[in-house]
Design a protein around this ligand. Structure first.
Ligand SMILES: C[S@@+](CC[C@H](N)C(=O)[O-])C[C@H]1O[C@@H](n2cnc3c(N)ncnc32)[C@H](O)[C@@H]1O
Length: 273
């Protein structure tokens, strides 16, 4: 089967590069651009396109197990999985964390010396495996996922790696599973939030109100830019972007120590003060 090439999660910078290219083409077609104008536009496009490639190239390589899972995820025809009614939700290759995000998560888990990690949103298991690589031998990671196909896909692969035993997968809605975890008395050193965007703020509030995290726990939240909608009024606002924006405001209050990183579609690292 011919492998399909999918685009990864769109970052504001890649969206800008695409828009600028389109603008350059229509300007070139409508009037003759000066040589200098074309060269200026090309240099802006090059800078934008090369930024993420350079960040990727200068970041450590993923492990062979991560690399294989990356390939497997990219080669899977997720549209067919959905149309064959194998998955309940429309899963997409773009959902998978990038190599750089995976390595950042692994680094954060490792340097924070976290022993217990919670993930909301497993998909094919890429970020779960990356974080598990940063855990010590007695560390554990629980990943919550609503789609049964996703859990089966990830479980099958994770169990074929030497780190599968560190990763528990739980099937259900993240909000319900957070209640279960609280009643089991679980407490997490590190939490990666990457499930339903419209529920982001409720995840954080539930983690805090149910004591699933402590003052020292680290929260890591993906897609905090929502393709630019969180900071540009010109972009289409969605229920997800409105909710993520509310969480961004909450996390920038005095109660939290927060750093928002312009990595891909935005990643926030936060802890209680
Ligand atoms: C962006 S993907 C996760 C990607 C994964 N963390 C990675 O980086 O490779 C989001 C996942 O969350 C799942 N999801 C969506 N809504 C959910 C919910 N309410 N509870 C649990 N999982 C949910 C989706 O099925 C999808 O697999």
């Amino acid at each position: 089967m011919k492998n399909k090439i999918y685009m990864r999660t769109e970052s504001p910078i890649s969206i800008l590069a695409q828009r600028l290219k389109k603008l350059k083409n229509s300007l070139t077609n409508s009037r003759s651009l000066m040589k200098d104008e074309i060269s200026d536009l090309n240099s802006i496009i090059n800078m934008m396109e090369n930024l993420e490639k350079y960040v990727d190239a200068c970041t450590s390589s993923e492990s062979p197990h991560l690399s294989k899972l990356n390939q497997l995820t990219m080669q899977t025809d997720w549209d067919k999985v959905f149309s064959d009614q194998k998955s309940e939700t429309r899963l997409m290759t773009q959902m998978m964390s990038s190599k750089v995000s995976g390595q950042l998560l692994k680094m954060l888990v490792s340097i924070s010396k976290a022993k217990t990690v919670l993930e909301l949103g497993l998909f094919s298991g890429y970020s779960a495996l990356a974080m598990a690589e940063g855990l010590p031998e007695d560390g554990k990671l629980i990943s919550c996922e609503i789609d049964p196909y996703s859990v089966d896909f990830a479980r099958k692969y994770l169990d074929s790696t030497p780190l599968g035993h560190k990763i528990q997968t739980r099937l259900g809605s993240a909000l319900n599973l957070l209640d279960d975890l609280a009643s089991e008395g679980e407490v997490f050193d590190f939490v990666f939030i990457d499930a339903r965007k419209t529920e982001y703020q409720r995840y954080v509030n539930k983690l805090l109100s149910n004591n699933l995290v402590t003052k020292n726990s680290i929260l890591c939240i993906d897609n905090v830019f929502m393709k630019g909608a969180c900071f540009s009024e010109d972009e289409k606002q969605t229920k997800g972007s409105i909710e993520v924006k509310k969480l961004n405001t909450q996390l920038s209050s005095e109660k939290f120590f927060t750093v928002m990183l312009p990595l891909r579609d935005g990643m926030t690292i936060a802890k209680l003060r």
